[in-house]
Design a protein around this ligand. Structure first.
Ligand SMILES: [Cu+2]
Length: 141
């Protein structure tokens, strides 16, 4: 009887320990204050159009539209990714990705979990040049 309880406790603590070894990078990123990056959007460009962050970093993009309503929709899979089951960017609120509200800055919170190049584009049809309104988020290893 005691042996069973002991074994159960051992398995429990081993599982717990393994979890704590594997997860610290992401857990630490999720608990720390985000790196805030201001992005300005206007016809027909984002500034900056190329954003660099590091793997594991917690990021907050604040997108401000300078003329009319624009927004960012970012691909959560890096360029060339074959496995589309696991996103490389872990959003706190996935529904904010691509959501545009007039006169409200768009705030995107995520953890840059996987290195790679992630395309983003304007999420609101804003005129003739809309299709060219895009950028890149680079997650460095
Ligand atoms: Cu647009």
């Amino acid at each position: 009887m005691h042996r069973t309880i002991g074994l159960t406790l051992t398995i429990f603590s081993l599982t717990f320990t393994a979890h704590n070894i594997v997860m610290p990078a992401i857990a630490a990123a999720q608990n720390s204050a985000p790196r805030v990056i201001e992005v300005s959007a206007k016809k027909y460009e984002f500034t900056p159009a190329e954003i660099q962050v590091k793997k594991g970093e917690r990021v907050e993009l604040r997108v401000h539209s300078a003329d009319q309503a624009h927004g960012i929709k970012i691909d959560v899979h890096p360029e060339g990714a074959e496995d589309k089951t696991k996103p490389g960017l872990l959003f706190d609120h996935p529904e904010t990705n691509g959501k545009v509200e007039k006169n409200v800055d768009q705030v995107l919170d995520f953890v840059a979990a996987e290195p790679g190049s992630y395309d983003f584009k304007c999420a609101k049809l804003c005129g003739m040049g809309h299709g060219h309104m895009q950028g890149k988020l680079i997650v460095e290893p």
